[in-house]
Design a protein around this ligand. Structure first.
Ligand code: 5AD
Ligand code: SF4
Length: 491
């Protein structure tokens, strides 16, 4: 139930945000056609009780794409179900960054065969894996019953693809290898009512030698600043408090404004500044920046903002300068550490999280020690650790000096132990500190307590009235536990 206070708050936010200048979205012919097809499918589905089930693998960008697929499915008359076996439409949004995500997909498609045979459900498989020719070959050969295969550049055509299945019983294969333009105006069904992710750019130009992303998501394309701003303002007026800006390489963002006299180009720092002005949004986060593109203007905007999170995710990947060069990362161990020091000097309360790959081809014990050294020096709040996984078509996969599985696992475990110890020690430092926290709801493990996360992504539980759910409050940490912190509301 929306209280009068929340209604009043939303009205104020809308009024304030309408003062920020930005242009309206003008739907083009293609967009109008899409809306028409969605309407036609909802007519076909009228009076039927239909369900869709969506499975999402991989990163936050994929989750954001799935929110758009869900938005389209709901407008076409499908309701969401989590239950495999009871849906009329299955959508699998795939990831190919590492081998284990790929394997899961084939297992799931196999599982869905029975549901298709039993009740004629429609199976649609899309996303990053579909941009890999060897995957398409395998799907066509071993899983011919899939109804729709779509890629990363054709996701916005999902309604048109489904229309062909529903009306002609066609098997649709809609994958293209050219960079799709960025589509605005797709319906979105967000998973969370308080935190929202907003994609600011698609694709990547960096070609790190281990990574498949530039091959499957194409070159960098930035959304227009006003489209991003309009989306953020709309989210604010709907009551969202936290925004996560997404892109494979957010700090290469270059947005060109509306055409005409007001056209201007802004970079990531400029975009952050604009988003910072949006009334109602209280917490702003972004993933992922590339260390080589992390410029002083971005540091300055973060330092001056009371909304931008002071935990910054800066993927290091390896601590060895030799490995970094072979990864094509374009910075050395020293340059990375200098960047960290520079940010710490300007923003004393800052902390960091990172991504690390263990067992990159040719990684020696000495190289791995360099990675441990960086972890000790930076003292990360959180480390996302990955065992190197060979990706077909990437330069690193061709190298002969692959590290033995046993060695990779042994190094992974050593890194994990170091990180776990650091995280546990860091938890102690939280006691007595005060944090701005978005109240997410009741804790799953203790229904009498509310829960939220610190800027640094640590779970905090605390007592409080139900009315503060969805609000940002200040919490003082009173004790630390292995997996969470306990606190008291101070404001
Ligand atoms: N093997 C292991 N990890 C990888 N990543 C990207 N490609 C690979 C790979 N081939 C990791 C990187 C990246 C994160 C999203 O996934 O650390 O930052
Ligand atoms: Fe992959 Fe490197 Fe691009 Fe990140 S920056 S998506 S790791 S190629």
């Amino acid at each position: 139930m929306e209280t009068e206070v929340i209604k009043e708050q939303k009205k104020h936010i809308s009024e304030e945000n309408s003062k920020i200048e930005s242009s309206k979205l003008v739907p083009d012919a293609e967009h109008r056609e899409r809306v028409r097809v969605i309407k036609e499918i909802s007519e076909i589905n009228k009076d039927k009780e239909l369900y869709y089930c969506i499975l999402t693998m991989g990163c936050k960008l994929n989750e954001n794409d799935s929110e758009k697929l869900s938005g389209m499915a709901e407008e076409m008359g499908y309701k969401k179900t989590e239950e495999i076996g009871s849906a009329d439409l299955y959508i699998i949004n795939t990831c190919c960054v590492r081998q284990n995500a790929e394997e899961k997909v084939f297992g799931k498609i196999g599982e869905l065969k029975r549901s298709k045979e039993k009740s004629g459900s429609i199976i649609a498989v899309g996303g990053c894996m579909m941009q890999e020719p060897h995957v398409i070959e395998k799907l066509n050969k071993s899983y011919p019953y899939i109804d729709v295969i779509f890629g990363t550049h054709t996701l916005h055509q999902f309604a048109e693809d489904l229309y062909k299945v529903l009306t002609n019983k066609e098997k649709v294969r809609n994958v293209i290898d050219i960079d799709g333009k960025i589509y605005e105006g797709l319906p979105v069904k967000r998973e969370d009512g308080k935190k929202a992710s907003v994609t600011i750019m698609n694709g990547c130009n960096n070609f790190c030698s281990y990574c498949i992303v530039p091959y499957v998501r194409g070159r960098e394309r930035s959304r227009k600043p006003e489209d991003i701003l309009n989306e953020v303002k709309e989210l604010a007026s709907e009551g969202y408090k936290e925004i996560l800006l997404l892109g494979q390489n957010v700090n290469s963002y270059v947005g060109t404004g509306a055409e005409g006299e007001t056209a201007k180009t802004i970079n990531f720092a400029g975009l952050l500044e604009e988003i910072d002005k949006v009334e109602g949004i209280e917490i702003i986060k972004f993933i992922s920046p590339h260390p080589k593109d992390f410029k002083d203007d971005v540091i300055e905007v973060i330092a001056k903002s009371s909304k931008i999170s002071k935990i910054i995710h800066i993927p290091v990947q390896s601590g060895s300068t030799k490995v970094l060069e072979e990864m094509n990362r374009k910075y050395s161990k020293e340059q990375y550490l200098e960047l960290i020091s520079k940010i710490k000097a300007r923003i004393p309360e800052v902390s960091f999280s990172t991504d690390i790959i263990v067992g990159f081809p040719g990684e020696t014990e000495e190289d791995f020690e360099d990675t441990l050294d960086v972890v000790r020096k930076v003292n990360y709040e959180q480390v996302y650790m990955f065992i190197y996984s060979k990706r077909v078509g990437t330069p690193a996969a061709e190298r002969e000096c692959q590290v033995e599985e046993k060695v990779k696992h042994e190094r992974f475990n050593r890194l994990k132990k170091l990180v776990d110890n650091q995280v546990e020690a860091n938890n102690k430092k939280y006691i007595g500190t005060v944090h701005k926290i978005l109240v997410e709801g009741y804790s799953k493990n203790n229904e009498e307590m509310l829960t939220g996360r610190t800027d640094s992504n640590k779970v905090v539980v605390f007592q409080g009235e139900e009315t503060i759910i969805g609000q940002v409050v200040e919490i003082k940490i009173v004790s630390d536990h292995k997996w969470y912190l306990k606190g008291d509301v101070v404001k």
